[in-house]
Design a protein around this ligand. Sequence first.
Ligand code: AHR
Length: 528
Amino acid sequence: MKLFGVRFAVGISLFLLASSAVVLTAETAHLSIDVSKTGAKIDRNIFGQFAENLGHGLYEGIWVGPDSPIPNTRGIRNDVVSALRDLKVPNVRWPGGCFADQYHWRKGIGPRDKRPATVNSAWGDVIDTNAFGTDEFMDFIQQIGSTPYVSINLGSGTPQEASEWLEYMTAAAPTALAKERAANGHPEPYKVGFLGIGNESWDCGGAMTADYYVSQMKVYSRFVLNMNPAQRGKEQMLKIAVGPGTPDTEWTEAVMKAWKKHTWAWDIDGVSLHWYTVPNGWPPSTPSEKFGLDEYAKSLKSTLFMDEFLRKQEAVMDKYDPEKKVTLSVDEWGAWHAPLSGSNPAFLVQQNSIRDAILASLNLNIFARHGDRVRMANIAQMINVLQAMILTDKEKMVLTPTYFVFKMYVPFQDATFIPVTFDAGSYTHGGVTLPRVDAIAAKGADGKVLIEITNIDAENPVTIDVDLTGIKANSAKAETLTAPTVDGINTFESPHTVVPRETAVKIHEGKVSLTAEPRSVTVVSIEQ
Ligand code: AHR
């Protein structure tokens, strides 16, 4: 990001001799923020989530059914809804993922006892009762106060099937499909905020070439009509085309080249990008629990590649779209670790530690710095799958460290980016060198100045000094998330090991200072 001036100067360690022991004091990181120099908006949609029909993501994680002893509203777990409402989740991508290109929406509407059982061949060949279909998803979206991001089936479906799905969801006029929706209990048309046209069409979505995908995508884009009158103009549905999953730019080139010449008959508003943090390559083998500093450093090094990946794709997009009309939507990202032992490997179950929380903050900061192009992102995935916000086990629920990062970042939703200049310093472990600190700043919708500081250093605190220009700081509050060790997690038995806690922050003569704990994420909120 052009406005982001990082000088990677190595900080100087100060050693103090105390008695006979050598005590390492905190490094200092100086940050400068000029509040009058603002950048792009940090679109709230970069805090989007992904809920695929995979493992226990939907079934058990969200859907328990109306007859379950687990407290629910129309079959949707109340504990999960209440936790997600606090995150102000801007959008939820559903039903996949790879699953989207084998999903036939008609099997998931109407009386649930009449819905056919199908096989989820994308994820473990398990029986899918289709109990959680379109109307249940929309109910969930309404309960958590979010916006639907629906992925249509371009791999094994047809343009007609996709077009009818849109009609079922959005038609206000009394068409046969609108009447069917009303008969299913939903007379009002739904609003569909985002529509994904296929998923990973270069791989699980149909192993297509870029050119073949583009010709298919144009047809789908032409016929998926949002008929909801409330979505004409400002709240228009945005169509997202499949984009790359590897850093090479051939796919993006093909999609953007086609978009440059698009006619009235079709259009797209975004190109997706999928990239997971898989430090040892495929299949994922990094442990998600009981690991040490080596795994910590490797994972964070690997995740920082996101910045370069985005730059490469953005260079191509800038060539065809210098006005940045088309969004780069990172609609799958996060840590993909080895499956937990004893779990079904097709269910992608993993633990979630402070390492993953830090990994999340680094990615969110990257997206914020790329805010003029990256206006949407979806962490994979919401519940019980990959880097989840929430883990459940029957009636039990626990909030993960990643959940708390998303909660701490809520004030950044739709805030205005402010460039931060700082010496990142460096932290080296096991031959892996990382920046010691990362930071972003923004002006929130309520006028508060927000600063996020990630201390990547797993072993040492960092003293943070912030020079603020263009604001007279009156008071400040700070919250920090850390854990006793890099593999610190929350469990059903001990759910409060890794939770945000208030931390001391001082304001003196326009400077803000605090101590960032080792391996921590801190958000400071300053009032003028
Ligand atoms: O999130 C799990 C899977 O990862 C998705 O289904 C697919 O799109 C990606 O490869």
